[in-house]
Ligand binder design. Structure first.
Ligand code: NAD
Ligand code: UGA
Length: 465
């Protein structure tokens, strides 16, 4: 197998953009071209002003500044980039199907299939095709079928190389990955392809952290990793509800159980519920796969993680409504945060959307402030739900640019994303601005209970009575 000198990545999204930027940055001898059919997105990746990149990730703009135009390129010339590269990553979106068989659960693979057909059409030389997108187990088989049957006699090796980065820490996660997973065939050419990809990562990661498996284990490991992580959040959130009834404190419980090295301390923060583009989608996919293979008990087991998450989001909105004397109609409520977690501008499946929607159903007057999410995104998220007509969404919700001013005459503030800056706000001033009694609902356990109560707030924190 020749050394890899040209890589193409199809899909310039939250995974393709940061992943390829790090590869280019760590491998100056490899030319990396990231392509997308979305012209506006590519234009944003090529923007002069690095504050206007399509994705906000700490450390990303510095890496782009170093590598872009040298060995990192963003382009809409998909065919050309495919033709030139020896290794092609498929990093397109794989959302939950919204139509047909498997609607609401199965992964929609139409974008992946289009990529495979495009590669088959364009390739004139042997290629390694790498599944970077998260895919159902055995997708590589379908990709191989398409490539082998519509190609021009070219040999393709298909690898699965799922991505484990988390948003908000993408660059750190990529630079110091716990592990890289490479799945491929155990044939001589399959092994050579796995080694070729391993060599790319070995430019900055120790070899012992690069795991090689068969393709199916690799594909399924990705779904299972996300399912386990989400399960931890749902588990701790389920206990947060019990804490609120019993005077036990969820932070003390997380600490107490996390000290057990078999359990470990991470991912035990109770919250308003997990969001993000992947946890729900990947578990639904796992549930669908288990059902398709005639394993209803397995499917039901994992589905419960989603049901618990839905309960947690609903529970938080219900707590607010009940506490505000069972009516929020016409009351001004400020939401701090809209992104699904701090340090990202991504709002996909953010708990904030569902909490806002529930409050708007009760005719609350919402004001939202998020340091990185633009107004258009917030309205687009609500309009996409389709609960009410777009004009009504705009009547019931406004977007603030000044977080402190936003609290004037508000009945309540709810913290729904854990942005660090919320901790540093002048909460005494916020208290003065608000109507009394002034309520704060802390869905991220971000603020100090004693300080908030000393100021005078009626302060509610998830997982504490
Ligand atoms: P995204 O929606 O941000 O980006 C996908 C991009 O692919 C879009 O810009 C879209 O225009 C482009 N695209 C779609 N079809 C195309 C085609 N035929 N040709 C060229 N471009 C095309 O998605 P994402 O968040 O980057 O996720 C991509 C995959 O990675 C998904 O399978 C996801 O499950 C997985 N993943 C995501 C994360 C994450 O943190 N977001 C982490 C790990 C894995
Ligand atoms: C997650 C995984 O952590 C990544 O390994 C994976 O690559 C990625 O999904 C993916 O496949 O897309 P991400 O969704 O970006 O990454 O962010 P996380 O840090 O996992 O947080 C997910 C959600 O869980 C957020 O809403 C977060 O606020 C919530 N969460 C997380 C909690 O409520 N409590 C916790 O203790 C941890």
């Amino acid at each position: 197998m020749k050394k890899i000198s040209k890589i193409c990545c199809i899909g310039a999204g939250y995974v393709g953009g940061p992943t390829m930027s790090v590869i280019a940055n760590q491998c100056p001898h490899i030319q990396v071209t990231v392509v997308d059919i979305n012209e506006a997105r590519i234009a944003q990746w090529n923007t002069e002003d690095l504050n206007q990149l399509p994705i906000y990730e700490p450390g990303l703009k510095e890496i782009i500044a170093e590598s872009r135009g040298k060995n990192l390129f963003f382009s809409t010339e998909v065919d050309q980039a495919i033709a030139e590269a020896q290794m092609i990553f498929i990093s397109v979106n794989t959302p939950t199907k919204t139509y047909g068989k498997g609607k609401g659960q199965a992964a929609d693979l139409k974008f992946v299939e289009l990529c495979a057909r495009n590669i088959a059409k364009v390739a004139k030389e042997d290629k390694i095709v790498v599944e970077k997108s998260t895919l159902p187990v055995r997708t590589a088989e379908a990709i191989k079928n398409i490539l082998d049957n519509t190609g021009n006699g070219v040999r393709f090796e298909i690898l699965s190389n799922p991505e484990f980065l988390a948003e908000g820490t993408a660059i750190e996660d990529l630079l110091h990955a716990d592990r890289v997973l490479i799945g491929g065939d155990d044939t001589p050419t399959g092994k050579a392809a796995k080694n070729a990809l391993s060599e790319v990562y070995e430019n900055w990661l120790p070899k012992e952290r690069i795991l090689q498996t068969n393709v199916w284990s690799s594909e399924l490991s990705k779904l299972v990793a996300n399912a386990f992580l989400a399960q931890r959040v749902s588990s701790i959130n389920s206990i947060s509800a019990l804490c609120e009834k019993t005077d036990a404190n969820i932070a003390e419980i997380s600490r107490a159980i996390g000290f057990d090295s078999r359990i470990g301390p991470k991912f035990l923060n109770a919250s308003v519920g997990f969001g993000g583009s992947c946890f729900q989608k990947d578990i639904l996919n796992l549930v669908y796969i288990a059902r398709s293979f005639g394993l209803p008990e397995v499917a039901d087991y994992w589905e419960q993680v989603i049901l618990m998450n839905d309960y947690q989001k609903r529970r938080f909105a219900d707590l607010m409504i009940q506490t505000l004397y069972n009516t929020v109609s016409g009351k001004k409520i400020v939401l701090y945060g809209w992104a699904f977690k701090k340090d990202t501008n991504d709002t996909r499946e953010s708990a904030a959307i569902y909490i806002a929607d529930a409050l708007m159903d009760e005719q609350a007057q919402l004001v939202v402030y998020d340091p990185k999410v633009p107004k258009e995104r917030i309205y687009a998220d609500l309009d996409y739900l389709g609960t009410r007509d777009p004009q009504k969404n705009r009547d019931l919700l406004t977007v603030a640019t000044d977080p402190l001013e936003a609290t004037r005459d508000a009945h309540a503030v709810a913290v729904v994303t854990e942005w660090d800056e919320f901790k540093g706000y002048d909460w005494k001033k916020i208290y003065e601005h608000m109507l009394k009694p002034a309520f704060v609902f802390d869905g991220r356990r971000l603020l100090d209970t004693h300080t908030m109560r000393d100021i005078g707030f009626n302060y509610y924190k998830i997982g504490e009575a």
